[in-house]
Design a binder for this molecule. Sequence first.
Ligand code: BTN
Length: 321
Amino acid sequence: MKEQLLKMLAEREGAFVSGEEASRLLGVSRTAVWKQIRRLMEEGYTIEACRNRGYRLAGSPDRLTAAGLLSRLRTTSFGRTLHLFDEVGSTQDIAKRLAEEGAPEGTLVIAELQTSGRGRMGRSWLSPKGKGLWMSLVLRPDVPVLCTPQLTLLVAAALCRSLRRQTGLDIGIKWPNDLLVGGRKISGILLESSAEEERLRHVIAGVGVSVNLEPDDYPPELKDKAVSLRMAAGRSFDRTETAALFLESLEELYGIYRRDGFGPIRLLWEAYSVTLGRPAVLKTPDGMVEGVALGLTAHGALRVRTADGSEREIFSAEFVS
Ligand code: BTN
């Protein structure tokens, strides 16, 4: 009810909704409407209440709220089961536990602050309070374990597409799933999966987007490697919008993947890639590989042409340069 009311107010774009109209559309008493208005105000929404005109949404909090996100979401399932926290160790751990307890596909765990956010290759992930999107989504793709790299690339393509749309920034994907702007990283993706008999049982897609961080939020060692959307664009962004657009984009691409396979996702990823056609030095579990990245294979591996003219397929590696 609170979400519906908020949605109604937001759709009026700052115009008044009368108490009578709200109570009619929501099918509740005017007192019940007023109670929900008070709750929204307590959550940080600025709502003008005018005796003869009704209610008007004049401002939203800079804090993520369940009501704000749910009222903005246009997805069928992604993000609809929502667990929002002020502070957690890592959203990955909470999502993993929920998945093991049977949480439905699309369950989202999101936190304002992570005290032990983790990245790929055992690194930590900077997750300051209220400045970014630190979230983990439960997926149940029912595909062979072999397809895990495809899912990683799918999440990167979905995020790249939604962030480009929201910000207008020229964001590209560095293989496999780092999003860069001007050569600096703005987001990271970490997929952790659990499998049974060679099929994926669930995947936790962890996504960190540095939305509104300021230069002082970064430690010296990250200053020339990482950047936020705000620093790159020179303006701040509404994190609820960032989350909603990403979930919509991911749900759409995930639907395409399940229906038509990896082909369309591969094309989209390649279109956003900043890796292809460039020389690359990669540290793989089997040693160093040097060459030019050509594209993706049908399984989601990176095709690299080495100096001797042969082609290698790389599933997992770290860029040295
Ligand atoms: C990377 O190393 O690039 C991946 C970073 C992934 C960070 C996100 S933030 C939300 C989720 N929770 C975590 O602890 N990590 C992921």
